[in-house]
Every structure is written in structure tokens, then in C-alpha cells.
Design a protein around this ligand. Sequence first.
Ligand code: BDP
Length: 680
Amino acid sequence: SLCWLDYDNSYCKTKGYAAFKDQFVRDFRHISVDPAVTNPILIKELSQFITEYFHVTIPASEQEDEHAIICGIATSSFLANKYVTQDEIRQLGSESFIIKYIEEKKSILLVGGSESGLLYSLFTFIAMIQKRIDYKKINIHESPSNPLRLLNHWDNLDGSVERGYAGASLFFKNNQIMIDHERHHDYARLLASIGINGTVINNVNVKEKAPYLITNEYLNELAELASILRAYNIRLFLSVNFMSPVIVGGLDTADPLDTKVQSWWQERVSCIYDMIPDFGGFLVKADSEYNPGPHTYGRSQADGANMLGRALKPYKGVLIWRAFVYKLQDWREPSIDRARAAYDIFFPLDGQFEDNVILQIKNGPMDFQVREPVSPLFGKMEWTNQILELQVTQEYTGHQIDLCYLGPQWKEIVGFDTHAKGTQAYVSSIINGSFYNRPIGGIAAVSNLGDDYNWTGHWLAQANWYAYGRLAWDPNLASADIAEEWVRRTMSDDQDATHSIVDMLEKSWSIYERYTTPFGLGWMVTPGTHYGPSPEGYEYSIWGTYHRANHKEIGVDRTSSGTGFSAQYHDYWTKQYDNLDSCPENLVLFFHRLAYTYPMKNGKTLIQNIYDAHFQAYEEMRAMQRQWSDMRLKIDPKIFAEVEERFTRQEENARQWRDVINSFFYRKSGIGDEQGRQLY
Ligand code: BDP
């Protein structure tokens, strides 16, 4: 499946299409291509779109004429001042573009700051046509918000995908890199069409054979893959194991301050760049969940990251270092709060990282729960480049069995005002480098892709992939608008269907949250798999769950007088979270330990609110399932049936969550449901 790039999808060409086509074909008779454009895939994409979407051919040439789609590069003589002013040209970064209709020429102009910008303009234009907007009114200038817009695959060399719910790896099998030209071209096209410009193809847990990826053994295949990606402005990155000098280099240490170790990395990096001149850099998970790191040698996280950063610097590569480190504290000390760990470790290192080192920070202080507060590191590290890490793969949000569109969650995260230096210090402006004037930054997301024919297992999970790319490009887009764009390009352009599917997507996260773990509780999932309820289980805490429920109370006091976590934020948020009246209720149990009888804002007790959330969200899930049934005639029957099957499984899961969690609290608290609904 080509998802939204399946230009011939008849379900997306219903009412209004025929008239639009007539108009388009009358209006545009040529594609005029700037001779400075050297990348053949650019015009090919546009021609292919026109052929498959309109079933006509519009010839491309280097001639200029009226009634044309003019494609050019800002700096070339082809356009020279004719349609764009010097000022406009100067403002165009290499990935930026302008699309505008030129009345006197009866033509549409697509101009990129470079070929990359032109590439993005083409895909944007295609999306606009698929949405059938009035192209005579177009006049847009766009630039990506984030310099780095990355996908992180957690793919292992044996072909499995950690936390993958859409089949096997797209890149590896039996310890080999499998180049599949067709599939990898499609992959690159889809990524480019939503603005993604870098990909880390292997798991951050660099296990078994994976450390050998950076040896010469795999370099030919990696170079081949990189060249497929390059045509679409996507750079290849690799996750590396900090212990590589020992594992594959035969050294007796990986100490970052050891000169043998430093030269070993320099030599490896130079071999990689010989083969892949635009290699992006390394991603490292160190001192985290059994992955070794600089702490092994008594060195700091900065020592480790900088050593690798320096090796990459001569080639303009970047070193991305994950902040997901949480075992620094003594695990025998139960009062210590994992939520504090990343900040405790990294905040003191602000100012110590090299310019090309970037700290990759998960959105929350814990681990991709259905809802967490935003990590306090954002807005606190003025001298450190930062990348926000999101999880598109639905590890804790339903395994791509349950519907959970994360656009609304990500919007809250990028739109969070950290209150650094007063107000309007949004996460989006911190990560892209603008707020603190950092040289580099961006956003990364753990991919939800696999080799399933529809890429994401659950069809509607494609919307998450799509929304991630669109928000990485422009965090100001509304999540519902993105959903609508995806639906109209992929599922159906029927108005009722679009409206209904967007509605389902938009409410799905809240529904999932409420039948699983509302009020900021998190976890309570089956250890290991992280699907389905298990109120007492969590593998990364030897003290059991993080919710610490007993017969009277639940939640963790993370205020400044509790574990002190809330004090890691700027004052504004410390106060908001500390104070029960201002702490958002959807996070109240993350920050406070409360009695089951605590009265919530709606006047009901906490325990009653927990029961209500589960009972109601289950009913809402059922309603959503019925809403899907109404789609039967509006979309492709195969897609309809496959999604219907997911809903059947989701219903079972939602029911289990409702009953298991409610019964757990009923037994703990001994307090029944005021409406007398079934508790076990
Ligand atoms: C956790 C996953 C684990 C990952 C880890 C990470 O359960 O599989 O390795 O995150 O981000 O959520 O490194």
C-alpha cells in the first residue's frame, strides 16, 4: 500500500472530483522545469501524480510558457527575479519553499530554497490537490520548524522489531541488511511526503550482532540504502553500542577518556563517511536498561557524548545522546522517585556538551505513558541542544490493536509553555533551537512501521505516523486538521465519512486513557508486553507498581515537599503542580497521593471518578465501534474489514481494563460504585 501516496485510490475521488479534474486539465498544460534541477525523482513524482490522479499526461520540458506548473530553485537563473523577489529568495532556507499562483502567467509556481525545498513543495502541492483546494488562491511560504525531523526504528538485525506491532523489520533479516528497492523507495517517498529528513534504522538497544553495523561488514549495504534515502532528502543515522571498542574493536576498554578508544571511534567514523558522505550521525542509549555507558568507567554522560561528538564533528555529523537514564540512584532506596532521574543526572551537565551533541529527551519524565507531565528538562537546559522524543509505536497505548490517535497528545506536549524566562517558552521553540539560540535541535519519534502491507498493522495507526511528520514540520497545525488531511488522502473523501473518522481519531486517546489509567496514574499494564491490565505489575520497579495503592490512598506525592520532582520545573509549574487546586486533574495522581474519598472538582469522590472513567470510556469505545460499522460502504471493503477486526479485539481489551482495574480498586478500598454497576 502507498497510503496517502496511492494517487489512484477511487475512494478519495468521489463528489467534486470530476469537475475539479476538468478545471485542472484546462488550466495546466505544461510542467516547466528549471534546468538547474538535477534530481530526477522530483519531476517524476509530479508527473506520476498527475497521471495516476487525473489519468492524463502533462508534458514536462525546460520551456517556459503560460498555463504551466513551474518548478524551480530559488537561486537559479531560471526564475531570476521574475516571480519571486530578491527578499523572498534570501529568506528561503534550503528546505523552505514558496507555492503561489501567478495570475499574469496563468501558472502555478513551486520554488524551493534548494532541491530539498522543491521536493517538499511538490508533496505539499500534491496534498493540496488531493484536498482539492482552490489553487488560484495559493500563496504560501513554508519552512520546517525543526531542523532535524527523525524517525527512530527499534529494529533488530534478526528482523524483529522491539515494541513493533506491524510485522517484521523493514531493513533487517537474519543478521543481514535486506535492500528492497521498491519497498525502500516507497518508504523514502512516504517519509519525504510528510517532511521527515532523517532515520535511525536500528534499535537503541544495540544487541547481539548489531554492534557490527559500524564495522566494514555492513558498509556496502548501508551505503546503498543511504543513496536511496538521499534522493528524498533523508539522512541515514545508526544507533551504536557504547561498548563497541571492546565488542567489535578488541580493545580492553571503552573509557571515553582513553586515547585508544577515541582513535578507534575516529577511525570507524572516517570509514563510514568514506562510504556515506552525508551520514547523519549516531544515536546512543547509554547507562540505561542494561546498555553500557560512561558510568561504567566513572565518567559523566557528557564525557561519553562529547567523545563521540568530537569524532563526528569533522564530517558535520551529530551525536544524539538519550536522556533516558534512570538507575543512577541506589535502587535499594525506595524513597527515590524515578521521575526525577533524568533531570538529576543531566541538568548539572548543562553547558558541558559539544556543539554537535544533542540530548534526546522523552516527552515525559517516565516512559511514554498514556499521559505524563512534560519533562522538566525542556526549558531548563539553556546551553544544550535538545531533541524531543515521542513514541509513535503504541507500546503503552494499545499496540496498534486499540485505536489511539496521538495527535492531541503531541499537540499538548509541543505547545507546553515551560515558563522559562517568564512565558511563551513553548517546547516547540526550545527543541527547534530558536528559544535559546542553539545551533541544532529537532524532534524524533519511535516508529510504528513494519513490513505489514499497510505499514502500521492497524490502518488507522497510519494517522499517527502521518501526524508525527506533519507536526514535526509545523507544530502549529491542529491535530484534527492533520487527521482530516490524512483521512481525505487515504481513506475516503466522502464528507460524512471524513467527519466521522476524524471524530473517532480525535476522541480515541481520551477514551483509551480513561478505560486504562486516568488521572496520571500510568502503568498498571502487563509486565513485559505492556498490553492489557495488570494492576500490580511493573518490571522496572522492585517495589511493585508506581501507583502505590493501599486500602486508603493512591498516587505518589511528587510535590516539592514529597519526592521533590515538581521542584525541577520553573516556579510557575512547581506552584501549579504542588497546589491541589491548580494541579490539572488529569495528572493529579502523578503529583499527589490522595484518599479514595478525596472530593474531585465535579463533587464526586476520587474512587467514584475512577469507576466512572472506566465505565464511561468503555461505552464510548463501543459507540466508536458502531460508528465504524457505519463506514462499511464508504471505504475500501478490505480496509473496513481489517479495522473492524481490530475493534473487536479492542472491545475485549477495553472490557478487561474496565473490569480488572475497577475490581482492583473496589477490593482495595472496599467502596462500591454509587450507581451499583458490576464490580467483581
Ligand atoms: C521502554 C521500552 C523498551 C525500550 C525503552 C527505551 O519498554 O523496550 O528499550 O523504552 O526507550 O519504553 O529505550
